[in-house]
Design a protein around this ligand. Structure first.
Ligand SMILES: [Zn+2]
Length: 282
């Protein structure tokens, strides 16, 4: 395994030297080392029931009661998560001038905390909440504190943490009081693109525009199973750009890939950064 990590790291460093303007896309694998659980296994299949759908969240108070009651417990995993070696290595690549743009499908803001600045949060950010009627915004921790005060019985519960700030809690949620917009009583929703929702067009176009200035795509820790991420790899392939993937499992874009390393992210990225730093010194 040590050899294969070093080999993958050297091959990745070589790839980056040859294509120094990277368009990077990251997914859940980058944050699993930070203790944030993942939805899919190495074959890209669901490990657990898929997350809440946008339409169901908006249409049903019962769905929102269940969502927020579970989030009061599960969101602690996201709030307490620390940046991983993979986040730090990608920030190092940016500081060395190798990253044109980093598009993340994660909503945990850990790339920014690690020091990356050229980041597009494709699927939004979980630490903010917005009113779906008037656009009023508030920080999620403030909403959680308020709902914990409104629901002391639920706030005292604990359960196994699940992906996306969810928790494996099953109980009667019908008495849970959901906080509505303090300005218009509208529905408050995390600023996250849910399944069944669309990426805001301006954000998608900004991510796509980055491809014009890049000379390769590097996908890290993502199965690319979600179309909103996969489409960029398809576009890059159509533009004749090399598309590389570093991930533990299969990806939906396997047929498009020019380079693929199926290996643990953090050690391979750290090895690649080390090689590149060494070559800068030589
Ligand atoms: Zn409102």
């Amino acid at each position: 395994m040590i050899d294969s990590i070093a080999q993958a790291g050297e091959a990745l460093a070589e790839f980056i030297e040859r294509h120094p303007k990277l368009w990077v896309i990251t997914g859940a694998g980058v944050s699993t080392d930070s203790g944030i659980p993942d939805y899919r296994d190495a074959d890209g299949q669901w490990k657990r029931p898929p997350p809440v759908q946008h339409g169901d969240f908006m249409a049903s108070l019962a769905v929102r009661q269940r969502y927020w009651a579970r989030a009061l417990i599960g969101f602690k995993a996201m709030r307490e998560a620390q940046v991983s070696g993979a986040h730090r290595a990608l920030a190092a690549l940016e500081s060395m001038g190798y990253v044109e743009l980093l598009v993340t499908q994660n909503v945990d803001r850990l790339h920014q905390r690690a020091g990356s600045s050229k980041v597009i949060d494709l699927h939004g950010r979980a630490d903010m909440v917005a009113c779906m009627t008037c656009g009023y915004q508030l920080m999620r921790h403030a909403m959680h504190s308020e709902m914990a005060r409104m629901n002391p019985r639920f706030a005292a519960l604990d359960a196994h943490h699940a992906p996306d700030g969810d928790a494996d809690l099953e109980t009667d949620f019908s008495t849970f009081k959901v906080l509505d917009c303090p300005r218009c009583q509208g529905i408050l929703k995390p600023q996250v693109v849910y399944y069944g929702d669309v990426v805001p067009p301006a954000r998608r176009l900004a991510a796509q525009a980055g491809l014009q200035n890049a000379d390769a795509v590097l996908a890290v820790g993502t199965s690319l199973m979600v179309y909103s991420g996969y489409r960029f790899c398809r576009d890059a392939h159509a533009m004749g750009l090399p598309v590389a993937s570093l991930s533990l499992g299969v990806t939906r874009a396997d047929a498009l890939l020019t380079h693929q390393w199926r290996a643990p992210l953090t050690p391979v990225l750290e090895h690649a950064v080390g090689c590149l730093q060494q070559r800068l010194l030589d």
